[in-house]
Design a protein. Structure first.
Ligand code: BTN
Length: 313
């Protein structure tokens, strides 16, 4: 109902919408309309209320489920959680549907790759998508590659941001990190029961306090951006991308949006460091490195550092 009220007021283009007409259009009493308006006002929506009706003045930058009518019943919004990955895992175990999304304004135990912390302060976009893919576990990484490819494309096409992917799934702008992704999956009887992809995007937050080499959409554009616009555009494009009959095309397309291939890189894991030139990825997403002696090595995971051409680190 809140979503319907907001859509009616938005489509009214700043004019006053009478309470009587709203109750007629929505098929509920005027008291019910008033109660929803009151709740929306409490949540930060600036709605002018007078004897003539209601006028929407401004909306807060909050990603409530009703802001996404296509997915409303599958969206789980929280103001603060430990990590959206934890909630997503619980929901997946309880059988929630494919393409459910857990979103939080803040996380006090946000998780990054390789057991790192993901600082999740106000203004960032933190969410986990729960998928129930129908492809073999060995090819599951294609969804992460699809997510990073789609996000880079969306940021370029809808927000004018020069976003590219760093292997495996970071989004960089001018070599600074704008977004990170983390995947978790559960396999039962050789079938994937769920694949959860967690995505953290620096939108209006300033990540540089904790991550000096990071950036945000607002720092890049000089403007505050509504997080719901970013999330809505991404979800729409990602849903379309993964609804294709197969994800065979993803790796080839990802190559057009990556900065990693052709670069000298250093891959660091807890156990070792490998250096070489990134020459390709295979169809599972493993990075193929050409080492100094010409030997090709496959790298399956690790932190990837793009090396400056004159770097000897
Ligand atoms: C990385 O680059 O290390 C991955 C960062 C992933 C962060 C996101 S924010 C939403 C989701 N919840 C988490 O705790 N982590 C992921």
């Amino acid at each position: 109902m809140k979503g319907e009220i907001l859509r009616a007021l938005t489509e009214n283009h700043g004019a006053v919408y009478s309470g009587e007409k709203l109750s007629e259009v929505l098929g509920v009493s005027r008291v019910a309309v008033w109660k929803h308006i009151k709740k929306l006002q409490e949540l930060g929506y600036l709605i002018e209320s007078s004897g003539n009706g209601y006028k929407l003045i401004s909306v807060p930058d909050v990603v409530y489920s009703w802001e996404f009518p296509e997915w409303e019943s599958n969206i789980h919004y929280f103001d603060e959680v430990d990590s959206t990955m934890t909630i997503a895992k619980e929901l997946a175990a309880k059988g929630c549907p494919h393409f459910s999304v857990v979103i939080a304004d803040r996380q006090h135990a946000g998780r990054g790759r390789l057991s790192r912390q993901w600082y999740s302060t106000d203004g960032g976009l933190y969410f986990t998508i729960i998928l129930r893919p129908q492809i073999p576990p060995a090819l599951m990484s294609r969804y992460g590659f699809a997510a990073s490819l789609v996000l880079a494309k969306t940021l370029q096409e809808s927000f004018g941001i020069d976003a590219y992917v760093k292997w495996p799934n970071d989004i960089l702008v001018n070599e600074k990190k704008l977004c990170g992704m983390l995947s978790e999956m559960d396999v039962v009887d050789e079938q994937v029961s769920f694949l959860n992809i967690g995505i953290g995007i620096n939108v209006n937050n300033d990540p540089t306090h904790d991550e000096p080499n990071a950036t945000s959409i607002s720092a890049l554009t000089g403007e505050t951006v509504q997080r719901k616009e970013v999330l809505g555009a991404f979800l729409k494009a990602f849903e379309k991308e993964i609804s294709r009959s197969s994800l065979d095309h993803v790796m080839e397309e990802w190559k057009k949006y990556t900065l990693t291939l052709g670069r000298d890189v250093k891959i660091v894991t807890v156990n070792d460091t490998t250096k070489g030139k990134a020459v390709d990825i295979d169809d599972t997403g493993a990075l193929i490195l050409e080492q100094e002696d010409g030997v090709l090595t496959k790298i399956f995971y690790g932190d990837c550092f793009h090396q400056a051409s004159d770097s000897r680190d």
